[in-house]
Design a protein around this ligand. Structure first.
Ligand SMILES: [Cu+2]
Length: 225
């Protein structure tokens, strides 16, 4: 279904091996680490975060925007720090943005910039809440403390709809109109979670994501038109 799993072939690249040990078989690892540090190439440095472009396409290979994307990096999952906030606005009887991605533990406020009143609610398992008819900004933001997807509506305006995607990782975002999201990530084997309203699922879909230095990952293809 997707080409994410497949690495681009790199026939000229020899299999990964501890290069330093091959070059100097007689040296102990601690000495190699010391040399590495002196050269500014410590083991930690080799795994440092780099900038990657994650791309997502529909079934015909066209870019897909508004895809919520979250990368789970082993040992780096969990809630956002205290004081993390985000905003879901109402303007011209629409929610803005249509898809908002936040980390668990984020407090979201729902300011109403219209002159009409809105009554914002979610019946979703990820977060049930109800902000009764209001103008301006309700005093208390809503805390999104469980991963999942909360679909929002307004009791007064049926055409108003939006989604808040809650993820357990600090590495997240949303694809732009070019179907791309740029993220700072360490290389390695991670899990990519994605969600799009037209996938029709209240859950995020998971895909393995292998980030190899010097290679952009192949586009992820979703079964959407
Ligand atoms: Cu409304």
């Amino acid at each position: 279904m997707n080409s994410w799993l497949r690495r681009r072939p790199s026939p000229s690249r020899p299999p990964a091996a501890p290069a330093a040990q091959m070059a100097w078989p007689g040296l102990r690892p601690s000495i190699l680490q010391l040399i590495g540090c002196l050269l500014g190439l410590s083991t930690a440095g080799a795994a440092q975060a780099a900038s990657w472009t994650l791309s997502v396409q529909n079934a015909s290979g066209q870019p897909l925007g508004d895809v919520a994307m979250a990368v789970e990096v082993k040992g780096q999952t969990g809630r956002a720090g205290a004081g993390s906030v985000a905003q879901m606005e109402q303007r011209q009887r629409q929610f803005q943005p249509f898809v908002l991605v936040v980390q668990t533990g984020t407090a979201v406020s729902f300011p109403n910039f219209d002159t009409v009143r809105h009554h914002v609610y979610s019946f979703s398992a990820a977060k049930k809440f109800d902000l009764k008819l209001y103008t301006g900004t309700p005093t208390d933001p809503v805390l999104f403390d469980k991963p999942g997807v909360a679909t929002l509506g307004c009791n007064i305006h049926d055409e108003m709809s939006a989604h808040i995607v809650i993820v357990d990782t600090p590495f997240f975002g949303k694809s732009n109109a070019q179907g791309q999201l740029r993220l700072e990530l360490p290389p390695g084997e991670h899990v990519l979670k994605v969600w799009h309203p037209r996938l029709g699922s209240p859950l995020l879909s998971s895909f393995p994501l292998r980030l190899v230095p010097g290679q952009e990952p192949a586009p992820l293809q979703l079964p959407l038109r």
